[in-house]
Write a protein that binds this ligand. Sequence first.
Ligand SMILES: C[S@@+](CC[C@H](N)C(=O)[O-])C[C@H]1O[C@@H](n2cnc3c(N)ncnc32)[C@H](O)[C@@H]1O
Length: 293
Amino acid sequence: MLEPKRKTDVASSSVGELEYRGFREFLEQACGIVLGENKQYLVSSRMKKVLSEFKLGTLTDLMHEMKAGRIRGLRERVIEAMTTNETSWFRDRMPFEALRTKILPELARQETKRLRIWSAACSSGQEPYSISMTVHEFQMFNPGLLTQEVEIIATDISPAILSAASRGVYDEPSLARGLSEERRRRYFERTPEGMRVTQSVRDRIQFRELNLLKSYALLGRFDVVFCRNVLIYFSEESKRDILERIAHTLNPGGYLFLGGSESVTNITDVFEMIKLDGTVVYKIKKKPHYTFS
Ligand SMILES: C[S@@+](CC[C@H](N)C(=O)[O-])C[C@H]1O[C@@H](n2cnc3c(N)ncnc32)[C@H](O)[C@@H]1O
C-alpha cells in the first residue's frame, strides 16, 4: 500500500490520500457537497488558482490556513471554486410554465396581501429573474387577477455570485441560454456594462447570502420554493434535512420545485408528488410540527 503523502504540491496535480480526505470532510461540513472517491484531479485543478491567488504553496497549507481563520475570504473562495454555478434562463422551461398557468392562478385566489417565492441556490440570478418575468407575464396576460405583491427571495452560499446576480448584467453568451428574442426585448436594457434586467423585474427580488445547511429561521414563510440542481451534490442525510426544513418554510398548500434529476423519493415522505403541466412539483402531505432549527 502506498504511504499517504504528508505534503502535496497541488500545482503538480497530485493530491495525497490524507489531504484529499481532509478536504472532502471540510467541503461536506462547510456546504454539503460530497466529493466522490478519486476526485483528486478535480480538487487539484480547482485549487491551483486559489493557491496562487492567496500565495499558498500546498493544499496542506491551505487547509491549515482555513483552520486558523487568518485569511479573510479564503474559506468562501475555496467553496466557490468547488461549487458548480451552471444555470440558464427558464431552465427546463416547464416549471416556469406550471408556475404561470397553474400555481399563480391558484395563489391569486388566496386572500393574502403578499405572495412569497424562494429561489434557494440561485447562482448568477437567471432563476429568480425568470420567476420574476413569469410573474410579470401572468399579470400582463391576466390583468387585475394577481393583486397581491409578489416578493422573491433569492439566496446562495456564494457572496461573489450573489453580487453578480444582484447587478443583473449579462453578456451575450449567457443571454443566449434560454431567453427568447421577445423576452430579451421586453426585460433587458442596454448599459455600458452589458444587457441589464429591467428595474421592474429586479424590484421584486431580494438577494441574500444563505448556506442551505444553516438555519432558515430568518427567511419567513413561502408559497413556492425553487430548490433546483443543488441537492444533487449532497448526501442523502443532508438532502433529507434540507427538504424537511424547506417543508417547514412552506405555507399550507405551498409548492416545491426540484431540478430535473432530483426527487424526494426514498428521502422523505413529507411531500407528495404532483404532475403539473408536464413537470413534477411537490406539495406538503402533512404539516410537520413547526420548529425552526
Ligand atoms: C448548479 S447551480 C443551480 C442554479 C439554479 N438553481 C438552477 O437550477 O439553474 C448550484 C448553486 O448552488 C449553490 N450552492 C452550493 N452549495 C450550497 C449551499 N450549501 N447553500 C446554498 N447554496 C449552495 C452554488 O453556489 C451554485 O450557485
